[in-house]
Unconditional design. Structure first.
Ligand code: F6R
Ligand code: MG
Ligand code: MG
Length: 388
C-alpha cells in the first residue's frame, strides 16, 4: 500500500454566457498547464456550470503549497483566456492578488484527502453549481447514517459500527465530531441548518480511515460581500467496508432543495445530470450536480465514468424540473427566496435606511391617528393630520 492524495480544487474564473458555463479553451488551457507539472501523478479537468474543477492525484499530502500554488497559477492563467473573450466575471473567485501558500481562504474551493491506496480504490467526485457547501449535508447523512438509503449500515459487518461526522460551524469557525448512529439526533439538529453547519469529513469507525471530504469555504464570508455562491465539491471513497457506489449515488434519486440558484438567494432542487447537461439556464439554474467515478490505480485516475448518465436518473431529473416549477410559483416570497440572513444579494439595508422615517407605532386599541401624532409616535415624514 502507498500513501496517495486525491485533491479536488475548483474555481469560477469566468462564464460563457453570464454564469452558465465556461469556454472550451479555458479547459484546454487548464489541461495544458496541469500537464506541465511534475508534482501530479494524474489529473482530470472538468466543469460544472461556470466552475472549473481540477481532480488531481499526487503524493504531496493535503494543503501542499506546491499543489495549491500550481492550481492558483493555473486559474490565474485561465483567467487570461476568460479576459481575452471578455467572458463574464473573469477571475471572479480569485479574491486576492498574491498567493500565500494555500488557496484556502483565497477564493477557490478545496477538498482533499490522503489515504493508503487499497487493492482496489473506487471513488466518486461530486461537483455542483449554483448552490452552497451545505447542499451535501442531506445526501451525506443518507449515505453514511440512514439504513433506508444504505443497506450496508445494517448488513455489512465493516459498516455496522457506523461513521464519525466532522461538522463545521461556518460562522464561529469551529468544528465538532459527532459519532453515528449514537448521535444522529444531535447531528441532525446542526446539519439541518445547512447554511450555518456543514459536514466537512466522514471517517469509518471500523476502518479508522477517511471516507468522504467536502469543500466548506463560504466565499461571501471570506470576501465580506457577495462574490458568488461557493459552488461545492465532494469526494467519497466507496466499497469494501465503505458505502457501495450505488449507496453513494442513491440520495440523488430523490432531489432535495438547496440554497443558491438565482443570485445565490433562492431555494431550488439539486438536479443530478451529466457533465454534458451541467449548463444551468433556467433562472440561472436550477442547481446542478455531476458525479464522476474513478478507479485509482497506483495514483492513476482510471475513468471517469459519468455516473448520472444512466437513463435511470431521468426520473430524478424530471422530478427536479417539476420541483423547479413549484418553487418558481412563489416568486419573491420565502421559501423560494431565501430568508433575509441567508440571501447573498440584498437591498434591505438601503431600503431600511430610505424608509426609516416612515415607520410608526401601531396605534393602541381605540387610539386615533391624531392621538398617535400627538403622542409623538407617528412617522415623522407623513403629515397624518387629516386622517381621522
Ligand atoms: C448565482 C449566480 C448567478 C448570478 C446572477 C447575477 O450563483 O452565479 O445567478 O448571481 O446572474 O449576476 P451578476 O450580479 O454578476 O450580474
Ligand atoms: Mg460565475
Ligand atoms: Mg458557479
Amino acid at each position: 500500500m502507498s500513501r496517495i492524495t486525491l485533491s479536488c480544487i475548483k474555481a469560477d474564473v469566468g462564464g460563457l454566457v453570464g454564469h452558465g458555463e465556461v469556454h472550451p479553451e479555458m479547459l484546454e488551457r487548464s489541461r495544458e498547464l496541469l500537464g506541465e507539472s511534475d508534482l501530479l501523478i494524474d489529473f482530470h479537468v472538468t466543469r460544472v456550470g461556470d466552475d472549473i474543477n481540477f481532480v488531481m492525484t499526487h503524493r504531496e499530502g493535503v494543503d501542499d503549497p506546491g499543489i495549491h500554488g500550481l492550481c492558483w497559477d493555473t486559474f490565474k492563467k485561465v483567467t487570461l483566456v476568460a479576459q481575452k473573450y471578455k467572458l463574464y466575471g473573469a477571475g471572479q473567485d480569485l479574491l486576492v492578488d498574491a498567493f500565500s501558500g494555500n488557496v484556502r481562504g483565497l477564493g477557490p474551493g478545496v477538498c482533499e484527502m490522503e489515504f493508503d491506496e487499497r487493492p482496489s480504490e473506487p471513488v466518486i467526485v461530486f461537483m455542483a453549481d449554483k448552490t452552497e457547501p451545505g447542499a451535501w449535508n442531506l445526501p451525506l447523512y443518507k449515505i453514511f447514517a440512514d439504513p433506508f438509503n444504505t443497506p450496508g449500515l445494517v448488513i455489512d459487518n465493516k459498516m455496522h459500527a457506523g461513521f464519525d461526522f466532522i461538522v463545521h460551524d461556518l460562522k464561529k469557525n469551529e468544528q465538532i465530531k459527532l459519532s453515528c448512529p449514537e448521535e444522529i439526533y444531535d447531528l441532525l439538529m446542526f446539519i439541518g441548518a445547512p447554511h450555518a453547519y456543514v459536514i466537512k469529513d466522514i471517517v469509518s469507525r471500523e476502518l479508522d480511515d477517511i471516507a468522504a471530504t467536502a469543500t466548506t469555504t463560504k466565499l461571501s464570508m471570506i470576501a465580506g460581500r457577495y462574490v458568488g455562491k461557493d459552488d461545492p465539491s465532494l469526494i467519497v471513497r466507496c466499497q469494501s467496508g465503505l458505502p457501495a457506489v450505488g449507496e453513494v449515488l442513491e440520495p440523488f434519486a430523490t432531489p432535495h432543495l438547496v440554497g443558491g440558484w438565482m443570485r445565490g438567494s433562492h431555494c431550488g432542487p439539486l438536479m443530478p445530470c451529466t457533465v454534458e447537461d451541467a449548463r444551468p439556464s433556467r433562472l440561472d439554474g436550477p442547481p446542478r450536480v455531476i458525479a464522476l467515478g474513478f478507479q485509482i490505480a497506483e495514483g492513476k485516475l482510471i475513468g471517469p465514468r459519468d455516473m448520472f448518465q444512466d437513463s435511470v436518473w431521468d426520473k430524478a431529473r424530471e422530478m427536479a424540473r417539476e420541483m423547479a416549477y413549484i418553487m418558481r410559483r412563489q416568486g419573491p416570497f420565502e421559501p423560494h427566496r431565501l430568508s433575509l440572513e441567508e440571501m447573498e444579494y440584498t437591498t434591505m439595508p438601503q431600503i431600511m435606511k430610505r424608509l426609516a422615517e416612515r415607520w410608526e407605532a401601531i396605534p393602541e386599541p381605540g387610539e386615533t391617528a391624531r392621538e398617535l401624532i400627538a403622542s409623538g409616535r407617528a412617522a415623522s415624514t407623513g403629515d397624518g393630520g387629516d386622517i381621522d
